[in-house]
Design a protein around this ligand. Structure first.
Ligand SMILES: [Cu+2]
Length: 287
């Protein structure tokens, strides 16, 4: 049992150990394997394929398993490291300590969004983008999107998702606008005036690599998704009578049959079901 800490409480030695372990995974090639996995399972709901990681109920359990894989690799490098979480409702500024030189580095420069500071700056020589490359091989960010400003989700916006007692609702995709905690927190359910909510809005606020299927190219991905993972706990605590849905494979004739994962079906690429991921007790806890 280990602890996942709020990133704002890490001391400089802990930040150093985390980023050093991440850089080692990059160096030995396993980091880019992880990025490839995320890209491969980034299936939008206009495709009629299985959606396991996004726009579907298994968004939470799939990412929980994915983060655990990353964390096990980190701990293979340094057993004292775990994934910190970033509470974006409180650390909501582009100048918060998260984005400092000694941790993730800051926003990209204006010209080409290239991250110039911190351990993942291209110039440091340790962070070349190799998966999902468009043209440039440097990490890009555009924190807060100054030319078309976007704010991080507020506590009230987050609460709106947490208050929904239904885990998810048909049609179990990005259009499940009637409600459901999953779609409200993943962030597709939004009023017309606003395109993004919660989790999706955070990806947009960071910008650059974080806005695409190979978002884990930016190590900020893990801290963001650790908070999303914590929020799943918070929702479970608030709604003890609610559970993962759909609880059984969808009926014959349902257009989403074969495209979403129900409670006891395995989530590729692993032989792990949502039920296996409902709790992380005994493995880690949030502090
Ligand atoms: Cu995400």
């Amino acid at each position: 049992m280990y602890i996942r800490q709020n990133q704002r409480n890490l001391n400089s030695a802990q930040k150093k150990r985390f980023t050093a372990a991440v850089l080692e995974l990059k160096r030995n090639g396993t980091y880019d394997e992880l990025v490839r996995t995320h890209g491969k399972y980034f299936v939008p709901d206009k495709d009629s394929k299985l959606r396991v990681g996004h726009m579907s109920p298994s968004f939470f359990p799939w990412h929980r398993r994915y983060l655990l894989q990353f964390e096990r690799l980190l701990q293979g490098v340094d057993p004292g490291v775990s994934v910190p979480y970033w509470d974006w409702t409180t650390d909501s500024s582009p100048v918060s300590s998260l984005w400092a030189e000694d941790f993730l580095g800051g926003t990209g420069r204006e010209k080409d969004r290239r991250v110039m500071t911190g351990p993942f700056a291209y110039e440091k020589g340790n962070w070349e983008i190799t998966v999902g490359v468009t043209d440039a091989r440097f990490l890009t960010r555009n924190l807060g999107r100054p030319q078309n400003p976007i704010a991080l989700p507020t506590a009230a916006e987050l609460q709106w998702a947490l208050d929904d007692p239904a885990y998810d609702t048909a049609p179990w995709d990005s259009t499940a606008k009637g409600g459901g905690f999953r779609n409200k927190l993943e962030g597709w359910a939004a009023p017309k005036s606003e395109r993004w909510r919660n989790h999706n809005k955070v990806h947009q606020w960071i910008g650059g690599h974080m806005t695409g299927g190979t978002a884990p190219n930016d190590p900020a991905f893990w801290l963001h998704h650790a908070f999303v993972d914590l929020l799943w706990d918070r929702w479970q605590l608030k709604h003890p009578a609610s559970g993962y849905l759909p609880s059984a494979p969808l009926e014959l004739g349902d257009l989403q049959r074969g495209r979403v994962i129900s409670l006891d079906e395995p989530m590729p690429p692993w032989n792990i079901t949502p039920r296996d991921m409902l709790s992380h007790q005994g493995v880690y806890r949030y502090e």
